[in-house]
Structure formats: structure tokens, C-alpha cells
Design a protein around this ligand. Structure first.
Ligand SMILES: Nc1nc2c(ncn2[C@@H]2O[C@H](COP(=O)(O)OP(=O)(O)OP(=O)(O)O)[C@@H](O)[C@H]2O)c(=O)[nH]1
Ligand SMILES: [Mg+2]
Length: 221
């Protein structure tokens, strides 16, 4: 019996759509980042502040994934950035086919950067490629510094880690959240991960995040 090599691994339906999304974005030289965290870590607050403070420099569009409601899409809309809402109707993550439909609805030609805010969940979204150039994980100090060790997959796969709500560090206390421990554990899983301690509420630390984003966007221009 002859073995025929087709020279290509068989892709799942999600991977096929992810590949199409990535080709669509690459052909148009658009940066797409997939933001993942537990519910309430501050994804939408980081996005609204980033959009407002980079206005005039980077044109940002957003794909908002939520199990239910369009509350977050409403917060993005208030910044006047283009936004497309996806309701997953119970699913704990976005899928590449949903993102494909949303990309068609965005005014892609005028955008530099597309953020996908995934469903609030630190586990499921990390297993589904959407065609993004990179994943961004957000961890807030109120969640505890053991999260990189307990939920390693997303920290291992992400290009950047935003440690949010550093304005609460003193109230949380060094025992419950040691910034150095969280950073060291994330770096053990991913030596290349960029780490930005920030407060999306006060703006502390956000400039380094903006500079990193600007560098990535300028590389594509
Ligand atoms: N103190 C403080 N609160 C923050 C900060 N960032 C966000 N918050 C608050 O944390 C809560 C949750 O923030 P969101 O931005 O809605 O979080 P999210 O990750 O988008 O939440 P889901 O979409 O539900 O997963 C809100 O009450 C925010 O005002 C911060 O840096 N410091
Ligand atoms: Mg949100």
C-alpha cells in the first residue's frame, strides 16, 4: 500500500477560519490582538482608555465578545471607535468563524489596529485561535499572584501581560499579590512575554503599553 503525503496537517474548522482571518488581516497590513482575561480584570476599561489616549495616532476598531448583553460594546461606542458585537449565547469563548463575520462588518480600510475582547474567561479562549497576530492576557492584582502558575496556557501563549489595577496594590497587600512573583512566574512560562503593570483607572504605567502598541503598528505601516 502506498502512503500519500498531502504535505499539510488537517486543520479543524476553527483553524481553517483562523487561517483565513489571518490572511485577510495580513493582506491588508492590519494588526489584530486578542485580549483575554477572567471576568472583570479590566479589558474594556483598558480598551476605552487606550482608544481615547491614542486618538489621532492609531485608528482602533473593536470586536466585542460577550456571552450576553452589549454593555461593553456600548462603552466602546462611547469612544466613537467602530465596534462589532458578538453574543456567544452561552459559549465561553469566541470562535474564528464569528470573528470572520465581524471583520467584514468593520470599516477595515480606515483602521490600523483591531482589538478582539474575548469572553471573560482565563481558560477556554486560550484554546481557540482567531487569526490574531497575538494574544494579550490581563491579570488584575485583586485576583491573586498565583494565576500564572494555576492557568499556565494563556500566559505561555501571550505576547504581552498587562497586570492591571496596580492602584489597588497597597489595599490588596504584598502577601496576596506580589508583583515580582507574578512577573517571574509568567516569565518562567514565556521568556519573551512583555509585562506592563498598569492602572487603567489612573493611567499609571499605560505609556509603556502605548509605546509597545505603536511599535507594532508602525512595523506594519
Ligand atoms: N481600581 C481599579 N479598577 C479598575 C481598573 N480597571 C478596571 N477597573 C474596574 O473593574 C471593573 C471591571 O472592569 P471591566 O473593564 O468591565 O473588566 P472586563 O475585563 O472588561 O470585564 P468582562 O468583560 O466582564 O470580562 C469595573 O468596575 C472597572 O471600573 C483599575 O485599573 N483599577
Ligand atoms: Mg469587558
Amino acid at each position: 500500500m502506498h502512503k500519500v503525503s498531502i504535505g499539510r496537517k488537517i486543520l479543524s474548522a476553527n483553524e481553517e477560519y483562523a487561517l483565513q482571518n489571518s490572511q485577510f488581516l495580513n493582506e491588508r497590513k492590519k494588526l489584530c490582538l486578542n485580549m483575554i482575561s477572567s471576568p472583570g480584570s479590566g479589558k474594556t476599561t483598558i480598551l476605552t482608555r487606550t482608544i481615547n489616549e491614542l486618538k489621532g495616532e492609531i485608528k482602533i476598531g473593536v470586536i466585542e465578545g460577550d456571552i450576553q448583553t452589549d454593555l461593553d460594546a456600548g462603552r466602546i461606542r462611547a469612544t466613537e471607535a467602530p465596534v462589532v458585537q458578538i453574543n456567544t449565547e452561552g459559549a465561553c469563548h469566541l470562535s474564528a468563524v464569528q470573528v470572520s463575520g465581524a471583520l467584514e462588518k468593520l470599516p477595515i480600510g480606515v483602521l490600523d489596529l483591531i482589538f478582539i475582547e474575548n469572553v471573560g474567561n482565563l481558560v477556554c479562549p486560550s484554546a481557540f485561535e482567531l487569526g490574531e497576530a497575538g494574544k494579550i492576557v490581563v491579570l488584575s492584582v485583586a485576583e491573586g499572584d498565583d494565576k500564572p502558575v494555576k492557568y499556565p496556557a494563556i500566559f505561555a501563549k501571550s505576547k504581552a501581560l498587562l497586570i492591571n489595577k496596580i492602584d489597588l496594590l497597597e489595599a490588596v497587600g504584598q502577601v496576596d499579590f506580589c508583583l515580582e512573583r507574578a512577573k517571574a512566574d509568567a516569565r518562567k512560562l514565556n521568556k519573551d512575554i512583555e509585562i506592563f503593570p498598569v492602572s487603567a483607572k489612573t493611567g499609571e504605567g499605560m505609556t509603556d503599553w502605548y509605546d509597545w502598541l505603536k511599535g507594532k503598528v508602525n512595523n506594519l505601516r
